[in-house]
Design a protein around this ligand. Structure first.
Ligand SMILES: Nc1ncnc2c1ncn2[C@@H]1O[C@H](COP(=O)(O)OP(=O)(O)OP(=O)(O)O)[C@@H](O)[C@H]1O
Length: 269
């Protein structure tokens, strides 16, 4: 049998950054929600912070290849987005948890994750094992054969995380994954994040600055569609002083950064 090899399969697999954006611009409706953003991210867990309306969701949607950039350059896993890039083969290597996701309420959790694995072209022989592993990693093994409509809000969020990791992605994009999780689940999720970041580039948007301090190797702060700061949680914490608003050093550093934008641009590194 002659096997056809797609050009994308022959593309080089080496790249300096999992995510590389230069002067990226992305519209949300008529608004320039991402407006000249520079970003270089490699393996690790990157916490995406920023006030309401900063452009976090729009950025994540463009990285998930759901939204097309309107300007600048974007490379994912070494492949330039735009033109003739084969997005289907790229998406196989990306995991994405949107803020809201659709599902068939009558599907069981297992069927839901299986369906998503099938959409992501996980090899048919591997699907059953990959689905079981993903469900176990989010702590829902005992609910695997329950219908989606019977799961609580926090469990649905974890089901969303399971479908995002079922293909063992190289780039994992999580938009507010901890919304609705109880405190014990949030702690477990932090462990899972650290584990996932051992091999993948994980970008996780959140308003919970404490979660970033506990589980992220890197902080990406955006405001008004631009990168304001990129550095370690320790560097953020060091920027705060006791007069800044916040209950912890990292919260005070975050407040200080927003009050004094552009302390350090990624391009200045
Ligand atoms: N579909 C849309 N039509 C018009 N404007 C939009 C649309 N989606 C987002 N926007 C606007 O784009 C800007 C960025 O929104 P985005 O959702 O990316 O921000 P965010 O940082 O994720 O905010 P939040 O923290 O509140 O979730 C906001 O001003 C928002 O009002």
């Amino acid at each position: 049998m002659v096997r056809t090899v797609a050009s994308a399969d022959l593309a080089p697999t080496t790249y300096a950054w999992h995510i590389h954006a230069r002067d990226l611009r992305v519209r949300a409706g008529r608004r320039a929600a991402v407006n000249g953003l520079d970003l270089r991210l490699g393996q690790g867990v990157h916490g995406l912070l920023g006030p309401n309306g900063a452009g976090k969701t729009t950025l994540i949607r463009s990285l998930a290849t759901v939204l097309k950039p309107d300007g600048g350059e974007l490379e994912l896993l070494g492949r330039r987005i735009g033109g003739r890039t084969d997005l289907r083969s790229l998406r196989k290597r990306i995991g994405y948890l949107p803020q809201e996701f659709g599902y068939y309420p009558r599907f069981t959790l297992r069927e839901f994750v299986e369906y998503m694995a099938w959409l992501k072209k996980v090899d048919a022989r591997d699907i059953s094992g990959a689905v079981q592993r993903a469900i176990e990693r989010v702590g829902l093994a005992d609910r695997a054969d329950d219908r989606m409509k019977t799961l609580s809000g926090g469990m649905l969020r974890r089901a969303g995380i399971a479908q995002a990791i079922v293909n063992d992605p190289d780039v994992l994009l999580l938009d507010e994954p901890t919304v609705g999780l109880d405190p014990a689940q949030r702690l477990e999720f932090r462990t899972l994040l650290r584990d996932l970041g051992e091999r993948a580039c994980v970008l996780v948007s959140t308003h919970l600055v404490e979660d970033v301090a506990a589980s992220c190797t890197n902080v990406v702060l955006v405001a008004e569609g631009q990168l304001v700061f990129e550095g370690t949680p320790e560097e953020v914490a060091a920027l705060g002083d006791p007069r800044d608003v916040g209950d912890s050093p990292i919260e005070r550093g975050y407040t200080a950064l927003l009050a004094r934008p552009r302390v350090r641009r990624e391009a200045d590194r």
